[in-house]
Design a protein around this ligand. Structure first.
Ligand SMILES: [Zn+2]
Length: 317
């Protein structure tokens, strides 16, 4: 088993990354293309095939036993299709069949990108050693995934744990998903920045209106910036508390650009959790920043492929 490798693909709206990965999660060969996100579906697929072409040309390819794909969602793992919101050329696109054809018909495991990040954090990051965990990506959107009973829980279609579209504000703002008051509508980076601007916060001379700029202002004590992060923290806490109450997680890991805001986010988040996670069995719930870096999607996709190649017996995956 340990001499075997897997191929991993991390497919997002801006880049398509690939790697050959060993049983310890080391990335041995890498390839990458920009995602031609505005082009037709076949053009996007050609970029994927170029990445796979570099990987299959590597001498180590002979040891590859399975392929793992973490894709921007929604995905449908049961049908083998993807419909990434930011790649309009792919709607119900048969990605698994196309990747299988390009890789000599190896087994292919498809999961959503939030689930992939979760697999990576559970294998090697902040959720390591936790049998019940929620991992979240808070950036342009809000995604997530679950580990339950020591195992990744992708759900039938590969989207389980998509906490960004739980409603935490019943009559709140309409969300692009069609619901109202979703966690993402309040806690994503663009929404943190939007709320700060609406409250009168103004960027510095560099004109940077990103959530990172709002975080810097909050650290400097700007009350509007602080309030915008407190509101985001409140939405995250309500979603995390609901998840903990339903399935008894003991840690919530938060990554993505907003997760890098540090105590500007985590201090109000811990305070808000004491107000929402009140029952005895969720009171020991902790929150922690993600530890995996930009390779988390690849490492998580590899974890999913390894667990399939090993018949779901890989320790910790
Ligand atoms: Zn929504």
């Amino acid at each position: 088993m340990h001499t075997d490798l897997v191929a991993a693909l991390d497919i997002g709206g801006t880049k398509i990354a690939g790697a050959l990965v060993d049983g310890d999660g080391r990335l041995l060969v890498r390839a990458q293309r920009a995602t031609p996100a505005r082009e037709d579906g076949d053009t996007v697929m050609r970029a994927v095939e170029e990445v796979l072409g570099e990987l299959t040309a590597a001498p180590l390819w002979a040891r590859v036993r399975a392929v793992g794909i973490g894709s921007a969602g929604p995905v449908d793992a049961s049908a083998g299709t993807v419909s990434p919101v930011n790649v309009p050329g792919w709607r119900g696109y048969p990605l698994v069949a196309r990747v299988r054809a390009a890789t000599g018909h190896l087994p292919v495991e498809l999961i959503g990108d939030g689930v992939a990040i979760t697999a990576a954090e559970h294998w090697q990051g902040a959720a390591r050693g936790h049998d019940n965990a929620l991992c979240m990506v808070v950036s342009t959107g809000v995604g997530g995934g679950l580990v339950l009973g020591g195992r990744l829980h992708p759900g039938p279609t590969g989207n389980a744990g998509h906490i960004g579209h739980i409603s935490v504000d019943l009559d709140g703002d309409p969300c692009p998903c069609g619901a109202r008051g979703c966690v993402e509508r309040i806690a994503s980076g663009p929404n943190i920045a939007r709320r700060a601007l609406e409250g009168g916060w103004r960027p510095g001379p560099d004109g940077d209106t990103s959530a990172a700029a709002v975080a810097a202002a909050a650290r400097a004590g700007d009350p509007v910036a602080v309030a915008s992060f407190e509101r985001a923290a409140q939405a995250l806490a309500a979603g995390i508390a609901a998840t903990a109450t339903l399935v008894e997680i003991d840690i919530a890991v938060i990554g993505g650009g907003v997760g890098k805001a540090g105590e500007v986010l985590f201090a109000p988040l811990r305070r808000a959790l004491t107000r929402y996670a009140t029952l005895s069995f969720v009171q020991r719930l902790t929150v922690a920043p993600a530890r995996m870096g930009t390779d988390a999607g690849l490492v998580g996709a590899a974890a999913a492929a390894l667990s399939r190649a090993a018949g779901a017996t890989v320790a910790g995956v």
